[in-house]
Design a protein around this ligand. Structure first.
Ligand code: 6PG
Length: 247
């Protein structure tokens, strides 16, 4: 597993450099025979990245050869302010003209257990597989202060080794139901990128990247692509411990 850490002076530089990298990867590999399949992160951090992809970088991307999926979704309607789909709709889908058939929304308004099965089947129908698991070209992930990623929370470490592609989860504080890709699917990707900013996450990031004692309690610690690359895109508030090097 190739592992890299990149630290940027600001969130805007972080988003810009990551947008460049995402476009580079898409252009390098997306074809009509093999469209580029990306699972997008939820949360607020990637908003600037998505805005750049839908504006400054939009013309550089062959959107007809890109398939958008989500790493997780809140169990809310697509027009709900909590919806991870809504932010992508605003910044990318409405601006780029990406073909609707290339947008694979998790239907947060549906029964969660049923939607977990439906979304899993949709992923399986689009992506090729390896080790009997679907292969995403890129999985973008955020990181919670409790070390969660996607919607794999510390109280559901079993989702890291689930045999299912997508599972129902519950936010441990809000009780909000979620749908999330599972750990094995994420670790089967060709590339996983964590996008993390803000001082509140500095300790968790340091703990994970330094593999400190106790870091294994964080779900994100267990995101280690079997075949693919793992890159951390951090702003200075998070990555100020520049001495931190992945082991
Ligand atoms: C979600 C995300 C979740 C998120 C982290 C960080 O649906 O909320 O998938 O894993 O990436 O909680 O969220 P922020 O970017 O809002 O800090």
């Amino acid at each position: 597993m190739k592992n890299s850490i990149r630290v940027f002076k600001s969130q805007s530089e972080l988003a810009s450099k990551l947008a460049e990298e995402v476009v580079r990867r898409i252009v390098a590999s997306a074809t009509v025979e093999r469209p580029f399949a990306v699972a997008l992160s939820g949360g607020s951090t990637p908003g600037l990245l998505y805005s750049l992809l839908g504006d400054e970088f939009s013309n550089a991307v062959p959107w007809e050869f890109v398939h958008l999926f989500w790493g997780d979704e809140r169990c809310v309607p697509p027009d709900h302010p909590d919806s991870n789909y809504l932010i992508v709709k605003k910044h990318i889908i409405e601006k780029t003209g990406i073909p609707p058939v290339n947008v694979h929304r998790i239907k947060g308004e549906e029964d969660p257990s049923f939607e977990a099965m439906r979304y899993s089947a949709e992923i399986t129908s689009i992506l090729h597989d390896r080790d009997r698991l679907p292969v995403f070209d890129l999985v973008l992930l955020g990181l919670g202060e409790d070390g969660h990623t996607a919607s794999i929370f510390p109280d559901r470490m079993d989702l890291l080794n689930s045999g299912r592609i997508c599972e129902v989860a519950v936010h441990p504080v809000s009780g909000q139901k979620r749908l999330s890709l599972t750990g094995k699917v994420i670790n089967n990707a060709e590339a996983v990128v964590f996008l993390v900013s803000g001082i509140k996450k500095a300790e968790v990031v340091k703990s994970i990247l330094s593999q400190e004692d106790g870091a294994s309690r964080y779900p994100a610690f267990h995101i280690r692509p079997v075949y693919g690359s793992l890159d951390w895109y951090l702003d200075e508030e998070v990555g100020w411990m520049r001495s931190v090097q992945p082991k």
